[in-house]
Design a protein around this ligand. Structure first.
Ligand code: MN
Length: 248
């Protein structure tokens, strides 16, 4: 089994090192990850400048490369340019901080896994719901378990699993839907030393207490596994919009 590992926190982040090291029990592990933190870059790709790839020595993987691009660039370049033979699975993470609900659209971690799914490869995104720099091992061991299970199971193509690991002791694993993450007071207005206004995005997030969402699961101490696909079509609205008077 050949596993491609990537992330959006950068190749030197502790989460990806823990993940790569743990996955080596399953087979060959190749890391292709951004050369610096690229969190919250979503599914961006780099098309207006060249991409540089550097081999990374002394890495806990069979092979490792850093790329001066986005997480989606890393997956594309690993699969389509480096031609490192066929990957059986792509795993992105372990991200520092949760990737829940609507935030999956901003997440570089999840977008890397989506890119793998677009390229026809099974993919997992995995995130730790905390901002510490250690303690990734239980989530890494769960990624090994999930990858092992996936080998004997069939999921449809264009599908990925989004995993979020809770901050404290884990009560169990639940399969969830994506919840909502609505931000309030998002922008703080401040002044720079020259007296000009600037805005800093931050803010609080509403709690989605809907049972069986990923947001609920992680808030209540469960590890969350959400099957995701990227067809955003709202099929229920097709016939309704077809009935509009918009013919030419
Ligand atoms: Mn990140």
């Amino acid at each position: 089994m050949h596993i491609l590992v990537t992330n959006d926190d950068g190749i030197h982040a502790p989460g990806i090192r823990a993940l790569a090291a743990a996955l080596r029990t399953l087979g060959k592990v190749t890391v292709v990850a951004p050369d610096r933190e690229r969190s919250a870059t979503g599914h961006a790709i780099t098309v207006h400048r060249p991409l540089r790839v550097r081999r990374s020595a002394d890495y806990p993987a069979d092979d490792a490369y850093s790329v001066d691009g986005t997480p989606a660039d890393c997956v594309k370049i690993a699969v389509e340019a480096l031609l490192l033979d066929r990957f059986d699975l792509v795993i992105s993470g372990i991200n520092r901080g949760a990737n829940l609900g609507t935030d999956v659209l901003y997440s570089g971690t999840v977008s890397a896994a989506v890119e793998a799914a677009i390229l026809g490869l099974p993919a997992i995104a995995i995130s730790l719901a905390d901002f510490r720099d250690s303690g990734f091992e239980p989530a890494a061991q769960f990624a090994v378990k999930l990858a092992h299970e996936w080998r004997s199971k069939e999921l449809p193509p264009d599908t990925l699993l989004n995993v979020n690991w809770p901050k404290a002791e884990v009560k169990g694993v639940v399969v969830t839907t994506l919840g909502r993450r609505r931000y309030a007071n998002t922008f703080e207005k401040r002044q720079d030393p020259s007296g000009r206004d600037y805005f800093w995005m931050g803010g609080e997030v509403d709690k989605d207490e809907t049972l069986d969402t990923d947001v609920w699961a992680v808030a209540n101490g469960y590890a969350s596994v959400t099957p995701i696909h990227f067809d955003l079509t709202n099929y229920k609205l097709i016939s309704q919009v077809q009935s509009w008077d918009i013919t030419l």
